[in-house]
Write a protein that binds this ligand. Structure first.
Ligand code: FEO
Ligand code: CA
Ligand code: CA
Length: 668
């Protein structure tokens, strides 16, 4: 997801060096006031009288009742409080985009749309890799908006993964090499120029800026793990170059105007870990879930590098945050190893008080961790001078204690525990998960997006869900930060860095949302039989009137508008949130003021999709959302979706632009 420095007018227009005041520390205003000396348990007792919830508190009560809220200085900042005025929509199963009255949307760009004047149109029956490399890729996820000025902009979009059964009339993985090549060309990312006309953004088939990055694009490996023995392969004995990026899910933007795009489930592309001899390489791959046998897409049938028995180190070259300059189509993407290797969801940035950059990251797996990187150097005024800033710094992993405090634990050879286990910092970074396991990081409920609020500076951590909590590992039952066992609906944590400094090594945290259905005690698939907080329990930051609240589950990608409202896109809302398993959605919730916690649904996606992005223009008048995998799992031609409507009969992942019919600010 996107970091958002829109609240700072000095960040933007990166081609104008003088306008980029990025060496100035202290982006964020002081946080607003909250009730003090109140426990989380007090808030629940005060605000949520639903009997089933209180009965369901069970074994977690002692922990939660003693947990103090962090203190907040100052008085409430009314200026930051914005009333959301749209009429919320209801959950839906309709195969269409639903948005509130007074709003409209355009399908901006879809899978297969030509990006260049000479690019062919999508022809599903005769698709080629050469065509796909000149067209918008598949399964759009992260969306980032970069201004060009004069009503022009660049949109950067991740293409997370392919599902051949939804892309080809007949899918023959492992048999048809041309299909594998199309799939590889449909991965990666796109840079797309936009032009605004009459309040509407439209795609420009631009030879100047438009770009496709794919699973074969040459990339540089930078930072402490570059040239490490574990990064060397037959194709690249130096360990400093790699072809492609894989499974790029969410991402972020740097204060100097570059795109951070994050490799997530890279493990699923590499085959045959089960055939490797037992040893540290096999064990490291296993910790990341590298496939034991054949992969689903079977690219290993055509390319040795996807078979670990032939190229055991190749998976170590994936699972990184990749930095790309969207303004320079010749820029070689750089895999930034200093930011660690995991199933990176997003990488969002904020400035520390002394002017360095902090990058927040989640590792999207049940029982995995939340990370933060802090650069060694300060952000400099000339943007190109920041292009190596993410190569040197400290990577931390979060420990979230049950008393609502927390600690960022350094992952380096300076940590004696790690010095005893690893040979060098490069190995620690390549095996980030194993290092984090060793230092007592807190195992979370699938950390997705982690993003600072541009108004308050507080950091929001989405935990999408964890149906396996308490059943997978010993001692992985409830913690105060992951209080529901199991956690079908997901939750969001609000983290306040000590001293309001993104460079801090300690923090306070509290639960912001326990997602679910706030009004009906719907039993989850497994029932509420386990100890700990009932899996159907909900909490909406203390908002009192449950009858007004929306229903939300599986929070994934988030964004903030410039007033500090939190926009939440969902991935896989279960039937426990509402009867009939509603389509994925987008919701908005104020983070401050009297409406803090008052969550409302703003958008419903078509069947089978997840909603990604989201991303606002700096004026908050356009909201981009990536509608990923509409109709997924139906398979061509029996797809469960035909969205977007003018593309029948093929569902096509697409980015939409939502705006108010009267041209006003979205949500207000
Ligand atoms: Fe690709 Fe964690 O969502
Ligand atoms: Ca995501
Ligand atoms: Ca997702």
């Amino acid at each position: 997801m996107t970091d958002d420095n829109r609240a700072d007018p000095l960040v933007g227009g990166p081609l104008d060096e003088e306008a980029v005041g990025i060496d100035r520390p202290g982006l964020h205003a002081a946080p607003g006031a909250r009730p003090q000396n109140e426990t989380f348990g007090d808030i629940i007792a005060r605000n949520i009288a639903r009997r089933s919830f209180l009965l369901g508190l069970g074994a977690s009560v002692p922990v939660l009742m003693t947990a103090k809220l962090p203190g907040f200085p100052g008085e409430a900042e009314a200026a930051n409080v914005d009333k959301l005025r749209f009429k919320p929509i209801q959950p839906s199963n309709a195969d269409e985009i639903l948005i509130p009255q007074g709003y409209t949307h355009d399908v901006l760009i879809s899978w297969g749309d030509p990006l260049f004047p000479d690019a062919p149109k999508l022809n599903v029956a005769k698709q080629t890799a050469a065509a796909q490399e000149r067209q918008f890729g598949y399964n759009n996820d992260f969306v980032g908006f970069f201004e060009l000025g004069d009503d022009r902009a660049l949109l950067v979009v991740n293409h997370e993964y392919s599902t051949g059964a939804d892309m080809f009339p007949e899918y023959n993985p492992g048999v048809d090499k041309s299909q594998a090549d199309v799939e590889m060309a449909a991965h990666g990312g796109s840079v797309v120029e936009l032009k605004k006309n009459g309040g509407r953004w439209k795609v420009v088939k631009s030879k100047t800026y438009n770009r496709r990055i794919t699973a074969t694009t040459e990339m540089e490996i930078t930072g402490p793990a570059a040239r490490h023995p574990l990064m060397k392969t037959k194709e690249n004995p130096a360990g400093a170059r790699v072809h492609g990026m894989l499974n790029n899910c969410s991402g972020g933007k740097t204060p100097w105007g570059t795109w951070l795009t994050c490799e997530e489930n890279f493990n699923q592309y590499f085959a045959n870990n089960g055939l490797l001899p037992d040893g540290p390489i096999k064990a490291a791959h296993a910790r990341y879930g590298v496939t034991a046998g054949a992969t689903g897409r079977k690219w290993e049938a055509f390319y040795d590098r996807f078979d670990v028995t032939k190229e055991p180190n190749e998976p170590f070259r994936f699972g990184w945050v990749v930095e790309i300059d969207p303004y320079d189509p010749t820029f070689m993407p750089r895999k930034r190893t200093a930011l660690g290797r995991c199933k990176h969801e997003a990488a969002t940035t904020a400035l520390t008080k002394d002017g360095r950059v902090a990058v927040y990251m989640g590792d999207d797996q049940q029982f995995d961790y939340v990370y933060k990187f802090v650069s060694k150097g300060k952000v400099k005024k000339k943007r190109e001078n920041n292009f190596d800033l993410l190569d040197e710094g400290v990577l931390y992993v979060a420990r979230m204690s049950d008393d609502n405090t927390g600690e960022w634990i350094e992952l380096s050879m300076k940590n004696p525990t790690l010095a005893a286990l690893f040979k060098d910092d490069g190995e620690i970074l390549i095996k980030t998960r194993l290092a984090a396991d060793a230092v007592g990081a807190t195992a979370m409920d699938r950390p997705e997006d982690v993003q600072p609020n541009p108004v308050s500076g507080k950091v929001y951590l989405t935990m999408t869900n964890n149906s396996a909590r308490m059943t997978v590992r010993p001692n992985a039952g409830e913690t105060a930060a992951n209080p529901r066992v199991p956690n079908f609906n997901g939750h969001i944590i609000e983290l306040t860095e000590d001293g309001d400094d993104h460079g801090a090594k300690t923090f306070k945290w509290e639960i912001f949302l326990l997602c679910g259905n706030p009004t009906i005690d719907l039993k989850t698939e497994a029932g509420d039989l386990t100890p700990g907080l009932a899996s159907s329990a909900t909490f909406f930051a203390g908002y009192a009137d449950a009858s007004k609240l929306g229903k939300v589950a599986s929070p994934d990608n988030i964004a903030f508008d410039s007033r500090g409202n939190l926009w939440i896109a969902t991935d896989g809302q279960p039937s426990s949130v509402d009867l009939g398993r509603p389509n994925d959605a987008m919701h908005v919730v104020p983070t401050d003021g009297p409406d803090r916690g008052y969550l409302r649904q703003f958008l419903s996606g078509p069947k089978g999709c997840e909603v990604c992005g989201p991303e606002f223009t700096p004026d908050d008048k356009t909201l981009f959302a990536a509608i990923q995998h509409p109709g997924e799992d139906g398979g061509f031609p029996n797809t469960i979706s035909t969205w977007p409507p003018d593309n029948k009969p093929f569902p096509r992942p697409s980015v939409i632009a939502v705006r108010r019919k009267d041209g006003g600010v979205i949500g207000s």
